[in-house]
Design a protein around this ligand. Structure first.
Ligand code: GMT
Length: 377
């Protein structure tokens, strides 16, 4: 296939979540490279780029008294078919299998001979590790994957889990996540002032959608274990209602250490202000937030679970400890907060690793090559 620009449909969850963020950034980078991007979802994705060659097609979901549960899959598949046909899409790239991969399969069946739609499914995390185990979803996910033209996962861990849990026999290509920082809107001084951080007070950062697998209990336990004489605040950029987290922090007597912000858009400003990332997930197929911090030269401490060791190398770009060992995690955080020189050294290596392995310049050509391979087939 020639090097002509491609017409690419992207479907993702538009809410604050790693898969939606990755899909939006992918669309932005592809549009910059001359491709035409059509987002199809129920809302514009949280970080959807504005600009030429980027379009958004909303999926309208009506509610009918007849149904106890509203259905999204069918209207999504109808919209996918319509956009694919009207805009002559070369490929539809769906992020997160449920229900996007199934809807794409239905869309292709609806188009039949009219338009040969190619489907690529990227698995991000709980579509395999949680829903893949659910007997109510597993067979439908497996079926949609078997009918995708290509399957990718965001880590080698995720590839192995997909084979193990879903028994997928088809080739799965690992294309790691990428991050390309935009210029920050606010300076470090402005953000520290906005957060009310005192001079000499270190800033720990936790970014997540606060779901149970982020293990906020262990996050607060780690904060409680940090030595009281250490001057720090944990800033939480929350992608969901933080009220239960705050209540639990009060209960544990650590609420005064927490600063919570919601729906932050100047993520780069906060990243650049952070001294150390703190993550306590029990499973993470990749952990985009660790990469985001690495890309601005900031190390993180976390549990060595899932794909996290593929992103950050313990002792070189951050520190990882066995899952659940909050004493070791607090010790790791404590040692780095007291040693700015070591923190900077880890941060420098982290930034180089982010650029050399997980930047748009490295990852986007891999997706482009995949699209061309699938479309030429
Ligand atoms: O599977 C999920 O939990 C949803 C997904 C999301 O939208 O936040 O998260 C996953 O995708 C991110 C982007 O690829 C990864 O960085 C996260 O590690 C992954 N989450 C989990 O595996 C829990």
């Amino acid at each position: 296939m020639s090097d002509r620009p491609l017409k690419i449909g992207i479907t993702c969850y538009p809410s604050v979540g790693g898969s939606g963020i990755l899909a939006s950034e992918l669309g932005e980078e592809l549009a910059k490279r001359g491709h035409e991007i059509h987002f199809i979802s129920y809302e514009p994705p949280f970080r959807m780029p504005a600009g030429p060659r980027v379009f958004f097609h909303p999926v309208q979901v009506n509610s009918y008294d007849l149904f106890k549960y509203p259905d999204y899959t069918l209207p999504l598949s109808v919209k996918m078919a319509e956009v694919s046909r009207d805009h002559r899409l070369d490929v539809l790239h769906v992020h997160y299998a449920v229900p996007h991969a199934t809807a794409a399969f239905l869309a292709r069946s609806m188009l039949h001979q009219e338009h040969k739609l190619k489907i690529i499914t990227t698995l991000h995390g709980t579509d395999t590790t949680l829903l893949g185990r659910d007997p109510g979803y597993g067979p439908a996910i497996r079926h949609a994957l078997e009918h995708s033209d290509a399957i990718t996962t965001v880590s080698e861990f995720m590839r192995r889990e997909t084979v193990r849990l879903l028994g997928v026999q088809r080739p799965i290509e690992v294309i790691h996540n990428f991050f390309e920082p935009h210029p920050a809107e606010h300076s470090r001084t402005e953000i520290r002032r906005e957060l009310g951080l005192a001079d000499g007070e270190a800033m720990l950062l936790h970014v997540s959608n606060l779901r149970p697998l982020k293990r906020l209990d262990l996050l607060l336990e780690t904060v409680a274990r940090l030595k009281p004489q250490l001057a720090f605040k944990l800033v939480v950029l929350a992608g969901a209602n933080p009220a239960p987290l705050l209540a639990e922090a009060r209960h544990r007597g650590v609420a005064d250490r927490l600063i919570i912000r919601e729906r932050v858009t100047d993520i780069e400003g906060y990243l650049a202000t952070t001294d150390l990332g703190l993550f306590t997930s029990e499973v993470e197929s990749f952990c985009l937030s660790i990469l985001e911090l690495m890309s601005v030269g900031c190390p993180s401490v976390a549990f060595a679970v899932g794909g996290i060791p593929e992103v950050t190398v313990s002792g070189e770009t951050g520190l990882l400890v066995p899952f659940g060992d909050t004493e070791a995690l607090a010790g790791a955080a404590d040692s780095l907060l007291r040693d700015p020189a070591r923190r900077s050294a880890l941060g420098r290596v982290a930034q180089t690793r982010a650029r050399e392995r997980f930047s748009a310049a490295i990852i986007i050509p891999r997706y482009e090559a995949l699209y061309r391979r699938v479309c030429g087939a």
